[in-house]
Design a protein around this ligand. Structure first.
Ligand code: NDP
Length: 406
């Protein structure tokens, strides 16, 4: 069977995924890293070769591709002939890459849902609309195989399969206790990150979406191995798919922790217009403020050697157990920034996304998550994915008496 994989993108997440594919040469005997800047792909390849030495079993190649251009993508896919494309560039390229996969009959996987460049609004409708075409082409599309979305959806499917007859309440808690020493920097692509956190908050309760002002809902929580943190309610893309796929749900929310320095800087940047996505004309050139800001902020891929501390990401579930009695359950992972850097040269945010991307592609290549159509991860069998999380660097833990979020 064709096991060739094409990774598109050469940023923090793609780099981790490539390292993990290379560590797992049995499933990934051959893969290509292709991005806009080929030198970045070559640097990832060189780093993998240096780290793995004689233990490297995969054949790795690199190429240049502009993933905004469907014809370029089709030509690359036709020449390399992968079984699956792992799209680890930016959400703006989801639809062009999906179109190229339909045209070439190749499976697709990503870690973030489509967002048009000119509207800071991400939603699944554009990608779900391609379900019929994926089915017609007989190809599998796996949406959102990072951590959140990704592991959070797999955990939800696992909780439902093994512990609950009905899940009523879900709170996803994303805590980054890492410190990179800069007054302000983002842990993944700054433009995507700032667009996400400066948008209005939204959660789902009793059948409808409730909108909040950005950062309006705030809670404090103690996170094991990290400590006491302020967390804020945000809208996050897996809420949309979990609401659709998990029956009996009464409420789902997403919280992320932020430090005071991050929030103060963000507020100031917002107040002066630097987070705007509306172009402004500067000396005859149209500049999008948030894109300019992303250029002057530290590149997330350079944060690895400076970041200390841990991430703690968990999901609190409440509902009725298999015996029909009220039940609560917490699944979580703790990941150490410095350990990740030692292993693959990246901090934990890229690590916690790149590892599940590799696992999602493995699920497809092993024939376990292989069915024509466009699917979110919670629609597949979670068990083999859960096993691989433990084996490939993101072990999960359970707590049957978790503190609830009020
Ligand atoms: P980076 O900004 O570090 O990397 C993005 C990469 O995409 C760069 O290598 C860039 O190339 C490449 N790229 C951008 N545009 C194009 C294009 N038109 N054609 C080809 N390549 C292109 O981002 P991250 O690695 O931090 O994030 C990658 C993805 O992962 C994003 O979609 C992000 O939203 C998602 N993510 C998901 C998470 C989850 O848990 N689900 C968590 C964190 C991130 P170049 O450098 O040459 O410009």
């Amino acid at each position: 069977m064709n096991q060739k994989t094409l990774i598109i993108g050469a940023g923090g997440v793609a780099s981790v995924a490539a390292h993990k594919c290379a560590q797992n040469g049995e499933i990934f005997p051959e893969f290509m890293i292709a991005s806009r800047t080929k030198s970045k792909c070559d640097a990832i390849k060189a780093d993998i070769e240096k780290r793995l030495g004689n233990n490297l079993k995969s054949v790795i190649t690199t190429a240049k591709v502009n993933a905004d251009n469907v014809d370029e993508l089709v030509a690359l896919i036709n020449s390399y002939k992968p079984a699956i494309v792992m799209h680890l560039a930016l959400p703006y390229q989801d639809l062009t890459i999906m179109e190229a996969c339909i045209k070439t009959g190749v499976a697709y996987l990503d870690t973030a849902n489509y967002e048009p460049l000119d509207t800071a609004k991400f939603e699944y409708k554009h990608q779900w609309a391609l379900d019929g075409e994926f089915k017609k082409a007989g190809i599998t599309g796996i949406l959102g195989s990072g951590f959140d979305p990704g592991v959070t959806g797999v955990w939800t499917a696992y909780a439902l399969k093994h512990h609950f007859s009905e899940i009523h309440y879900i709170d996803i808690l994303d805590c980054n206790g890492g410190d990179h020493g800069y007054p302000f920097a983002t842990n993944f692509n700054p433009e995507i990150n700032i667009r996400e956190v400066s948008s209005k908050g939204r959660y789902w309760e009793n059948g409808k979406w409730i909108e909040t002002a950005p950062m309006e809902i705030h809670r404090q929580r103690h996170f094991e191995e990290v400590g006491e943190k302020d967390m804020y309610l945000l809208y996050h893309e897996e809420l949309e798919s979990i609401v659709k796929h998990i029956p009996h749900l009464k409420r789902i929310r997403f919280f992320m922790t932020f430090g005071q320095s991050y929030l103060t800087h963000l507020k100031c940047l917002e107040n002066v217009g630097m987070t705007s996505i509306e172009p402004v004309n500067f000396n005859g050139v149209d500049i999008v403020p948030i894109q300019f800001l992303a250029k002057v902020l530290p590149d997330p891929s350079t944060l690895g050697p400076r970041t200390k501390g841990k991430t703690h990401i968990g999901v609190v579930f409440q509902g009725l157990g298999k015996d029909g009695k009220p039940k609560k359950y917490y699944l979580y992972n703790i990941c150490d920034h410095e350990e990740c850097y030692k292993e693959v040269g990246s901090q934990a945010i890229s690590y916690t996304t790149g590892v599940p991307a590799m696992i999602g592609a493995s699920m497809f290549l092993k024939g376990l998550w292989n069915k024509p159509g466009v699917w979110n991860v919670e629609q597949f069998d979670p068990d083999p994915f859960m096993e691989m999380l433990n084996k490939w660097g993101l072990p999960w833990h359970e707590d049957f008496e978790p503190e609830l979020v009020n």
